[in-house]
Design a protein around this ligand. Sequence first.
Ligand SMILES: *[C@@H]1O[C@H](CO)[C@@H](O)[C@H](O)[C@H]1NC(C)=O
Ligand SMILES: *[C@@H]1O[C@H](CO)[C@@H](O)[C@H](O)[C@H]1NC(C)=O
Ligand SMILES: *[C@@H]1O[C@H](CO)[C@@H](O)[C@H](O)[C@H]1NC(C)=O
Length: 275
Amino acid sequence: MHIIGLLVCAGMLQLLLLGGSHCAAFYTEKPSYIESCRIYEPAFTNCSTRSIQRFMNQVIKGIPEIEESFGPIDPMKQDQLVFQQDNSDVATISANLTDMLIRGFGKMVIKESRVSKTDFSWLTKIYLPTMRLDCKYQMIGRILLVPLRGGGDMFLEIDDLNILMSTKTSLYEKGGYTFYNITSTRVKLDVGKVKTHMEDLFNGHSKEVERGANQFFNDNWRDLFEALRPLVDETVERTMLKLLQNMFSLIPANFFVEDIPNSLNLYGRKTQLIA
Ligand SMILES: *[C@@H]1O[C@H](CO)[C@@H](O)[C@H](O)[C@H]1NC(C)=O
Ligand SMILES: *[C@@H]1O[C@H](CO)[C@@H](O)[C@H](O)[C@H]1NC(C)=O
Ligand SMILES: *[C@@H]1O[C@H](CO)[C@@H](O)[C@H](O)[C@H]1NC(C)=O
């Protein structure tokens, strides 16, 4: 059992520090699966990489508070994605993805976890042996010159996925601890191999043309991935942002970076209290 603090939000001081935001439960005692690192020591990146990997292993096994609000990590359910991309060289797509199920984050390898000493943003290298997305799609547009108008089940499977993730954070104080506010995350993806299948590409009108188009996409998977890259980027970014926001609103930044500065010292007391 870990100790969970429930912040009482009635106090004037706490309201000020929280900027008037909501009350939330969070860990007030460091769980044994988190290894603390010191950012002003030379081996920090090694320590941080090891620490984040151990933490992710525990998240994958299941941390009750994270499962409760986010759900399981693998397979991972996601809300719908409405996607619009106009006039790129390779694709014009308007797509709605629903009933999204993402597999593969359970085998996540943290290859490197860097934290900036100046603004506490992160640069994280992640490797997934396989990531597979299953969903229902509605799509109108053109991929690799193939005009599409259809909808049905689809999957996209990526082998050897390297994710370079840039995360922006700001620090804030809650209940005497410093926390990360995860404000944005951007990814650059590098893929080994991509497979796909889209059912009812032409509203099921011509099964033969559908088979041909799927064959063509798989034969030309590098070009297919370039066409779908913005859509896949957005899927991964949204997934990671939600997961990170969930994890780091629950666990203080101090538990990961023991010597992280207090946000009041980092940004200056005046601006923080007034903001
Ligand atoms: C960090 O780990 C790498 C290998 O994983 C090693 O080569 C390097 O010397 C380590 N750096 C420090 C500062 O411990
Ligand atoms: C996606 O859904 C929106 C409404 O949420 C709709 O306006 C749009 O036409 C849909 N796009 C496709 C390709 O079905
Ligand atoms: C976190 O950042 C967002 C946007 O940058 C901001 O609106 C929100 O108030 C911040 N939350 C806290 C607790 O600092």
